[in-house]
Ligand binder design. Structure first.
Ligand code: GLN
Length: 190
């Protein structure tokens, strides 16, 4: 299993470290799309990330891979990148910098569906303002949706890679493992 981390800008090194801790092979994607088992889009600045992604010709291959079922984890700006106004692969609309100036960055703890209490670090974070019927909301803060899943896509408005808690990454890796087993089974039937 090899996981690609989009490394155009932002907090990609922390995801790399987290996956290394979990014994998973990673590759940093900057210019060329690679054949991988899963993808992480990190936090950073979505406007800049979007521009560089287009400049590098990564927008279309990446979008197609996700539409074809590649498991993807988007954190913070990564959540924004997957929404209807950016890559337009996930049926959500993100509200950027959604917590105002004073509450721009904060740490908290909240329930995450299927996991339990999870520490959450927010840095000028978005929340999910609108979500289609296929989207399962996994966590809320003050009634605002901050984590969700739709098929092969998992997003968090917070930064799981900035805490010591590996459970969100493990959840993502279980999605990757399931997807790979499915394609192996599919190949057997060819
Ligand atoms: N504020 C950033 C944006 O709108 C996201 C911040 C982050 O990823 N930590 O893209």
């Amino acid at each position: 299993m090899k996981i690609a981390i989009l490394a155009l800008q932002g907090a990609f090194a922390e995801h790399e470290q987290m996956l290394r801790l979990l014994g998973v092979e990673t590759t940093l994607i900057r210019e060329h799309w690679e054949d991988v088992s899963g993808l992480i889009i990190p936090g950073g600045e979505s406007t800049a990330m979007m521009r560089i992604m287009k400049d590098e010709g990564l927008f279309e291959p990446l979008r197609q891979a996700i539409l074809d079922g590649l498991p993807v984890l988007g954190t913070c700006a990564g959540l924004i990148m997957l929404d209807r106004n950016h890559l337009n692969v996930m049926d959500i609309t993100a509200r950027r910098n959604a917590y105002g100036r004073q509450l721009g960055s904060f740490n908290t703890e909240a329930d995450f569906e299927g996991i339990g209490r999870v520490p959450m670090t927010f840095i000028r974070a978005p929340y999910i303002e609108k979500a289609g019927p296929e989207v399962e909301i996994l966590a809320r803060i003050d009634g605002k949706s901050v984590a969700a899943r739709q098929r092969n896509m998992l997003v968090t408005a917070f930064h799981p890679e900035l805490t010591n808690d590996t459970r969100i990454h493990k959840l993502f890796l279980s999605m990757v493992a399931r997807q790979n087993t499915c394609s192996e089974v599919a190949q057997l039937h060819v």
